[in-house]
Design a protein around this ligand. Structure first.
Ligand code: AMP
Length: 488
């Protein structure tokens, strides 16, 4: 079987919701002690990457102190807490997980205090060989306090630490398989690591008085830093008082950045791997228009991640763009909806139509993705109630047919409406007058078009590109199901 090819047989109990997160690391010059505060502002800008828990570890040069808790950054930290964790190096984390996995033991950073020193690790991504590594570690006496694969990473680094920090890192990284963007800290060093495929993003920024590493550049902007560059797939960046040292930790493999970061996950003002997210979304909208325009009176987008594509679509076809839908900004993690029906009704509380934009009009509505189909079905009801004459749904990503194993939270395949229904069936199920998704080719064109200087050349030779596993079922490496079957 081709490496990374997904087959229906590979779907196992592992085909479940995954977590995705945001990480930040701050290194300030000697004499400074505000790393935790800068980390806090950075995490605030990464809040969209995870709302379940937040945490910051800080080093004052000799000791690492951590504060973490469940909830939003604003709920976990207050002035008193921030003042109590002073130091010049910090790593921070926001966790996105399903309710079942959302408990304090999984909150990050993970910290280890051991004979040779102290370590804190914040991880964004998902490992596919956690089970095997956990068994190995347990056989040699390690114990685990969480169900998080990230804990495996810190235990492996600690285990290898007697070889020195650099060797410990490279040895660990060569053992772990999957997606990982890491912010690691010792008492006097900050380290950024990106997996060999670069699935999850990680970038490096310069501060007036130090350095920052972050999942997205919007966090660097928020703390007054300047984006220097993306950390390359397979690169380790070590920052200490001697400066910034960079090295690759293995053979260079093909870059396979997660395409869903550009579709949905990343903030529109971020620049990932040289591509401005909003620009990519505008182009996705324009290409979607080229592929599937229909006569209409108004183009609207589903806030927030559908707005860029809607603007691009509107500009390409010359149909006016309108606000159309208002999103309630205060619906968050804590909204209580225990039953499926209540969860479905959540869309009515979260989104509402602007009647003046919609009434009596033929509406083209753009969203970034259809996952279960709940949002689109409810939105069409909302638009019809507001007097829409026709509703044409357009989606700026291809159908999501497969689960993600590398950090995006997608439900099991049976819940993905596109895994078992074609476009016409989905159109009927959601009650639209017409439905179209962007093609995979169109989507890649959208990303290539704004990345001439960075990845276009590499894309052309068929090597570097994007992980499109959720659309195609082809992953950059075997999924956990395949790894388990091979072991049996
Ligand atoms: P659904 O209602 O299940 O079809 O979900 C589609 C909506 O969820 C779209 O409006 C997307 O913007 C949004 N979405 C897509 N991926 C995710 C994700 N991983 N987590 C939360 N929301 C998502």
């Amino acid at each position: 079987m081709k490496q990374g090819q997904f087959t229906p047989n590979a779907v196992t109990d592992d085909d479940k919701l995954r977590e995705s997160c945001g990480v930040i690391g701050i290194f300030l010059q000697n004499g400074e002690d505000m790393a935790a505060r800068l980390g806090y502002y950075g995490l605030y800008s990464l809040q969209h990457r995870g709302q379940e828990s937040a945490g910051i570890s800080v080093s004052d040069g000799t000791e690492i102190t951590t504060h973490k808790g469940m909830g939003l950054v604003s709920e976990v930290f207050n002035e008193e807490k921030l003042n109590s964790i002073k130091g010049r190096i910090a790593v921070g984390h926001v966790l996105y997980s399903t309710s079942g996995k959302a408990y304090i033991e999984n909150a990050q950073p993970f910290v280890i205090h051991f004979k040779l020193g102290n370590l804190a690790v914040a991880h964004n991504g998902s490992l596919v060989n956690t089970g095997v590594l956990k068994e190995l570690l347990e056989e040699t006496g390690s114990t685990f306090s969480s169900s998080s694969d990230s804990e495996v990473i810190i235990k492996l680094i600690a285990k290898n630490y007697k070889k020195g920090l650099e060797r410990a890192l490279t040895d660990t990284i060569q053992m772990i398989k999957g997606s990982f963007a890491l912010a690691v800290m010792t008492e006097n060093t900050l380290i950024g690591v990106r997996d060999p495929n670069g699935i999850r993003p990680l970038c490096l920024g310069k501060l007036e008085n130090g350095w920052v590493i972050a999942s997205e550049s919007c966090a660097i902007d928020a703390i007054g830093g300047e984006l220097v560059r993306d950390i390359e797939p397979g690169e380790i960046v070590i920052i200490n008082d001697d400066g910034v040292l960079s090295f690759e930790f293995g053979e260079r493999t093909a870059k396979k950045t997660c395409i869903f970061e550009y579709v949905y996950f990343a903030r529109p003002d971020s620049i990932l791997d040289g591509i401005a997210v909003q620009e990519a979304r505008l182009r996705m909208g324009a290409i979607l228009a080229r592929e599937s325009a229909v006569p209409a009176d108004v183009v609207i987008g589903v806030p927030d991640s559908g707005l860029g594509a809607a603007m691009g679509f509107s500009a390409a076809v010359g149909i006016p763009y309108a606000m159309g839908i208002v999103k309630n900004k205060y619906i968050g993690r804590t909204f209580i909806a225990p039953s499926q029906e209540q969860r479905e009704n959540l869309v009515f509380v979260k989104l509402n139509a602007m009647k003046s934009d919609i009434n009596g009009k033929r509406v083209i509505i753009i969203d970034d993705s259809i996952v279960r189909g709940t949002t689109s079905r409810r939105l069409i009801q909302i638009l019809r109630r507001a007097g829409a004459k026709e509703v044409h749904f357009r989606i700026s990503s291809p159908p999501v047919k497969f689960s993600c194993y590398f950090g995006i939270d997608t439900p099991c395949r049976s819940e993905l409406i596109s895994s078992s229904h074609d476009e016409q069936e989905i159109c009927k199920a959601i009650g639209a007058d017409s439905l179209a998704f962007i093609s995979i080719k169109g989507m890649l064109e959208a990303l290539g078009g704004v990345a001439e200087q960075v990845s276009c050349e590499k894309n052309r030779d068929g090597q570097d590109g994007y992980c499109q596993g959720c659309f195609t079922g082809e992953y950059p490496m075997p999924s956990p199901g395949e790894i388990v079957s091979r072991r049996l």
